[in-house]
Design a protein around this ligand. Structure first.
Ligand code: FES
Ligand code: FES
Length: 168
């Protein structure tokens, strides 16, 4: 992490979806605002801004993390993945994204990037996750419009498809 001086901007460098990026950030700038406003990665959404709703969830060094309760300068040197990095190719969705599309696991879609980033990490770490375990994990994400039924259907389908083909 760079040595901080409160009254000036600092250069923050990290890997974003496999690409080296950098930008200037005041010490108080949140990581989620750095991603959106400095780097233009607007796929990560901002909801509650205090670590409750899960909308801002990204992956840092492979683990899900809330970008609204971390400062941009703390991410210096990290490997960051956002929803923009989920699809394996511009014309191909990931298995998880495809299941959300098929089961219509979204309505307004505001919560969806965060849920996808959590589920992606969760299903990789726990390929045999049970339905209650997936529900418990999803309880850390507040969705205002789906009632969670299609989200669960998509998550279960993704679990089964990834288990059958872990390299997909
Ligand atoms: S915006 Fe980060 S948890 Fe709600
Ligand atoms: S789909 Fe609208 S908040 Fe979740």
């Amino acid at each position: 992490m760079p040595r901080l001086t409160a009254d000036r901007r600092h250069t923050v460098r990290f890997t974003l979806n496999g690409r080296a990026v950098e930008g200037e950030a005041e010490p108080r700038l949140l990581l989620v605002d750095f991603l959106r406003h400095v780097l233009g990665a607007t796929g990560t959404h901002v909801g509650c801004e205090h670590g409750v709703c899960g909308a801002c969830t990204i992956q840092i060094d492979g683990d899900p993390a809330r970008a609204c309760i971390m400062l941009a300068v703390q991410a210096d040197g990290a490997d960051i993945r956002t929803v923009e990095g989920l699809a394996p190719a511009p014309d191909r969705l990931s298995v998880l994204q495809d299941c959300f599309r098929e089961f219509h696991g979204l309505q307004c879609g505001f919560c969806t990037p965060g849920i996808l980033m959590s589920l992606d990490a969760f299903l990789r770490a726990q390929p045999d996750a049970t339905e209650p375990e997936i529900r418990t994990m999803l309880s850390g994400h507040l969705c205002r419009c789906t009632g969670y039924v299609p989200i669960m259907a998509a998550a279960l389908a993704a679990r089964d498809r990834l288990k059958a083909n872990p390299d997909a």
